[in-house]
Ligand binder design. Structure first.
Ligand SMILES: [Zn+2]
Length: 341
């Protein structure tokens, strides 16, 4: 098992407890940490406010917007355990479990409606669904308190992802500030998401002029030290770049040392879904570059028991995320390719 799991005991420290972020901002002393519980439609969301000693921006760091992506939760614990509020210029809001009903169910989306919480903004906004209303509630909180959003993701139960970032292109200033903040973060690729394409939270936040980055890495049925270290390193580098917190720490994980420091700039992606159910018998790796016609995956179909190949449909691409579990469902997500020049 993992060695650092006891780090999550930091969440239960005897911090001051507040009933809202507003109350914590108004009453909490400088250079302290508090825990905040807020409720939305009978679901409780826990936040931590780390108040710095000096004036500065508030950075919102959240994890598990998709309930089966756990590496970011442990990353939040590590941030809480490592940080010295006295050295912080500004504030951090941590939301370790952004989508509690999904996390408790172990699924990407909330079991209350099965809707992807990262597809409920912009053109997809809809107050008829639980996730639509919850997303609005969450976004309003972020917009009210935040100068920079870091949204930690991973592959989840079914997918592996390479270390890549998504940045919203909705607002010129916020877009450039987001890219600048990623300058020291080792990434395979940076995907520029244009307005309204998906209804993602980063687009919603960026449209209001607040820089926002979504960080992907990891994947599979359980969190790993490697993915946690990658997330932690990325957060540290962003906070350093923003002048909020300088940890002065060297890279930890082996993976970081080998990571690409000049990420490919992606503006177009190709997404492929499975045409058959069955068992995955071969697949390429997240982060690999592929050429048109190369085999990406092979599936043993059922009940046909035929081998079906999925080939790269674009001239040149990088595998941003790829299905990694043996079980394959018809119409399930197979691969996301970033198009390379
Ligand atoms: Zn995700």
């Amino acid at each position: 098992m993992q060695q650092s799991s006891s780090v999550t005991s930091v969440f239960a420290q005897p911090y001051s407890v507040y009933g809202s972020l507003e109350q914590a901002f108004a009453q909490q002393s400088a250079a302290t940490v508090s825990r905040i519980y807020e409720s939305h439609e009978e679901q409780t969301v826990a936040f931590f406010l780390i108040k710095g000693n000096k004036e500065g921006p508030t950075v919102w760091i959240q994890a598990a917007l998709h309930g089966d992506e756990h590496d970011g939760i442990i990353t939040c614990a590590r941030i809480l355990a490592d940080i010295s509020p006295e050295q912080l210029r500004g504030n951090l809001i941590l939301c370790p479990v952004t989508n509690p009903t999904a996390m408790l169910a172990g699924t990407n989306a909330s079991p209350l409606d099965g809707i992807n919480l990262n597809r409920v903004f912009g053109q997809n906004a809809n107050s008829d669904s639980y996730s639509g209303r919850f997303g609005r509630w969450l976004a309003d909180k972020i917009l009210a308190h935040t100068h920079f959003l870091i949204d930690l993701h991973g592959g989840g139960r079914w997918l592996d992802v390479c270390p890549f970032a998504m940045v919203a292109g909705d607002h010129e200033g916020a877009f450039h500030d987001s890219l600048a903040a990623l300058r020291q973060v080792p990434l395979t690729a940076t995907y520029i998401c244009q307005s309204g394409t998906k209804g993602m939270l980063i687009n919603e936040v960026c449209q209001k002029g607040i820089p926002a980055v979504l960080l992907e890495n990891g994947g599979g049925n359980r969190w790993t030290d490697t993915a946690v270290h990658m997330h932690l390193y990325a957060v540290r580098m962003i906070l350093d770049q923003l002048g909020v917190y300088s940890s002065g720490l060297a890279p930890q994980a082996e993976a970081i040392l080998h990571a690409n420091h000049s990420p490919a700039r992606i503006t177009e992606i190709a997404e492929i879904r499975f045409e058959t159910s069955g068992i995955l018998t071969f697949s390429r790796q997240a982060g690999e570059n592929v050429r048109q016609g190369e085999e990406l995956m092979r599936i043993l179909s059922y009940p046909g028991l035929e081998e079906k190949s999925i080939a790269c449909p674009v001239e040149h691409g990088v595998i941003l995320s790829i299905h990694a579990a043996s079980t394959v469902h018809k119409d399930g997500y197979a691969v996301m390719l970033g198009k390379l020049a």
